[in-house]
Design a protein around this ligand. Structure first.
Ligand code: SF4
Length: 216
């Protein structure tokens, strides 16, 4: 029997993960305000992608975008590359550099079916690795997910508020850190290096090293 490729295994895992996330979003739906056209979470972050996630993402990139659109995305990714270079002249923490995802088209993901792991789980509260605190989505403070039960004093969501306001659901903290989502895929998964999404795009551009050198 032919061996199943790693990409196929990853696609199979995504089906399992999607089902799990659907059930989590369903359970938390009273607190969730995600809807089509809301793209806050795609406008300012760093979007880590492993090699395997990007290999799968690239399939959609090549299929869903024509040559002209791909060139536009490549240009955006190169611009982000340059912006980060300037940012790093005065900031030492690379993770403080946030950018708008180059795949955001008219406030929607242009590569939705092939998006990465964290793009899928974003919006829920999850347990941070090795930290006592949990991570709620940033939009909680901006009137979106979990904002109804946000307590500005503690800067956290409040279970008591959920009770007071008569919500049937209670806010849940899920095991959805990046590393735990990867670990759940199984031991034989090879996710490979992790880079910011725009870096993978830039590295896919033929002669990208020369382009970067000639456009400092
Ligand atoms: S890949 Fe899609 S879902 Fe992920 S950040 Fe970019 S636009 Fe948003």
């Amino acid at each position: 029997m032919p061996e199943i490729s790693m990409i196929q295994k990853y696609a199979d895992y995504l089906e399992i993960l999607n089902k799990k996330l659907d059930s989590y979003f369903e359970d938390q739906k009273e607190f969730i305000k995600c809807k089509a056209g809301c793209s806050l979470c795609c406008k300012s972050s760093y979007y880590p992608y492993s090699q395997l996630e990007y290999d799968y993402f690239r399939i959609g990139f090549n299929k869903n975008f024509n040559e002209k659109q791909r060139e536009e995305i490549n240009k955006k990714a190169l611009q982000i590359f340059k912006d980060r270079k300037i940012f790093l002249k005065t900031n030492s923490n690379v993770f403080d550099f946030h950018y708008e995802c180059p795949f955001l088209v008219n406030d929607s993901c242009g590569n939705y079916q092939h998006r990465g792991l964290l793009c899928r789980s974003h919006g829920l509260i999850y347990k941070d690795v090795d930290k006592p605190k949990h991570n709620a989505p940033h939009c909680m403070t901006l009137g979106y997910n979990y904002s109804d039960i946000y307590d500005p004093e503690t800067k956290q969501f409040s279970e008591e508020k959920a009770v007071q306001l008569g919500f049937k659901a209670r806010p849940q903290v899920y095991e959805l850190s990046y590393s735990s989502i990867m670990k759940d895929a199984g031991e034989d998964f090879e996710f490979g290096d992790v880079r910011m999404l725009f870096e993978w795009v830039v590295m896919d551009i033929p002669n990208y090293e020369e382009l970067i050198k000639s456009n400092p």
